[in-house]
Design a protein around this ligand. Structure first.
Ligand code: SAM
Length: 414
């Protein structure tokens, strides 16, 4: 789960992590030098910071996904926690939607993008295999390190799980992506006084003569590269995309997930028949580009600390942006897909009978009950993940009612 920024003081960073980040910075500085005087568009910088095979955040060995439910007194692990990491009840109730999709299609195939540690795959396989012994669970993740971890964790499921190296040429089944769109590189833009739209690029910062570490900036090796933003007039594609979404607001800075949109549009090519469930935090376009959200939603996560200094620790901090679900729905329509449902995560899970399946827990076993219910409350609570997270269902040739959207479908708000 991605919390609100909790103040400027950053956590203490271990020496090994500092070194990893230094390598990432050298890699990025080299790319910037090759890129010429305007440096790198932020999206390219973010892609390298997250996914470079040697120095990227998702390539690095340290644990990313944490466990806030760890026994009292033990340290939080990783940098952030996602719903499947929080509790298996997320996957168990998601299975209540996936199961009728597979039955309707008559093809027990699932394709999960960005499966992280493999937690959701494990919970879905456990829930679905009894009814679908022929289940084939495909995973496509751009992180080789996470793919390896998934292979270890899911080894007990044998041939039921298979990994893809690239998009399939054709697929029939259920597609799942939990917190994947928010991890795709975004373009940063800013409106100028002159109604011009600028793209933010990243350049190497000139070394300062008297750098003094402060409480806000954890001390690190000042000889390693640091970065700054510069504004460059937006190219025609970005310019058009921004103007289509919002009026000119001088000084307004935000981001746009063009890569995510083309990923969704592209699904129209390879999804022959099926339903995709895209789960993430975000809002419809009019809320995303609300005049008051004038600094966008870009956010970093480092050791469970949320902050907005995106250029500070490449390689060791997650970088993420909320999802504009209107843009994703439009992208689906542009790819020839149907928009089948849109609602909050809480409403979706309740529609999927989460409360009913929890009755299998014995309330007399108070210790276990409390341990299991706490994380479920996080999933459902409006103040935590219940309202900020949404589920968008898109699909093709799948004319069926989706139980997860039986009540509270908000497609009209997109
Ligand atoms: C924030 S993590 C979420 C992991 C997991 N789904 C969960 O909920 O715990 C983002 C995941 O998406 C993967 N990812 C990002 N972009 C991707 C893409 N274009 N295709 C496949 N995987 C991608 C990352 O490698 C990572 O596994």
């Amino acid at each position: 789960m991605r919390a609100d920024p909790s103040g400027p003081a950053l956590p203490q960073i271990q020496e090994a992590a500092q070194r990893y980040s230094e390598n990432a910075r050298h890699k990025l500085a080299g790319l910037i030098n090759e890129g010429g005087p305007h440096g790198l568009p932020f999206a390219r910088w973010m892609h390298t910071a997250l996914y470079d095979p040697q120095t990227g955040y998702y390539a690095g060995a340290p644990l990313k996904f944490g466990d806030t439910t760890a026994a009292a007194g033990s340290a939080l692990q990783g940098d952030f926690v996602t719903a499947p990491e929080l509790t298996p009840w997320f996957g168990r109730s998601l299975a209540r939607q996936v199961s009728p999709i597979l039955a309707h299609l008559g093809t027990p195939h699932i394709l999960e993008f960005g499966a992280g540690s493999g937690a959701l795959a494990e919970h879905l396989l456990q829930a679905l295999l009894p009814d679908f012994p022929e289940l084939r669970y495909y995973i496509l993740d751009i992180s080789p390190d996470l793919t390896q971890r998934q292979q270890q964790r899911l080894a007990p499921f044998g041939d039921s799980v298979q990994w893809l190296r690239s998009l399939p040429s054709g697929f029939t089944g259920c597609v799942i992506a939990n917190e994947v769109l928010d991890a795709m590189p975004v373009s940063l833009f800013e409106w100028g006084q002159d109604e011009q739209i600028y793209e933010l690029h990243v350049v190497n910062k000139q070394p300062q003569r008297t750098p003094a570490p402060t409480a806000q900036t954890a001390p690190d090796n000042q000889s390693s590269p640091h970065f700054d933003f510069v504004r460059v007039p937006a190219n025609a594609v970005l310019d058009r995309a921004v103007r289509a979404r919002m009026p000119a607001l001088p000084g307004y800075r935000s981001e746009i997930n063009l890569q995510g949109e083309s990923w969704v549009t592209g699904m129209g090519q390879w999804l022959k028949q099926g339903v995709a469930l895209l789960i993430d935090y975000g809002f419809p376009g009019h809320e995303y580009y609300h005049p008051q959200r004038s600094q966008g939603t870009l956010m970093c996560h480092l050791l469970h600390h949320a902050h907005s200094q995106v250029l500070l620790f490449p390689g060791i901090q997650d970088i993420t942006a909320h999802v504009d679900f209107t843009a994703m729905a439009d992208a689906a329509l542009a790819g020839g897909l149907d928009v089948l449902g849109y609602t909050s995560q809480a409403r979706f899970l309740l529609n999927c009978d989460l409360l009913q399946i929890l009755t299998s827990l014995d309330p007399e076993d108070t210790v276990r009950y409390a341990r299991e219910i706490g994380p479920v409350q996080k999933l459902l609570s409006e103040a935590e993940m219940g309202e900020l997270f949404k589920v968008l269902a898109i699909g093709k040739n799948a004319d069926m009612d989706l139980v997860g959207f039986a009540t509270g479908d908000r497609r009209h708000r997109l």
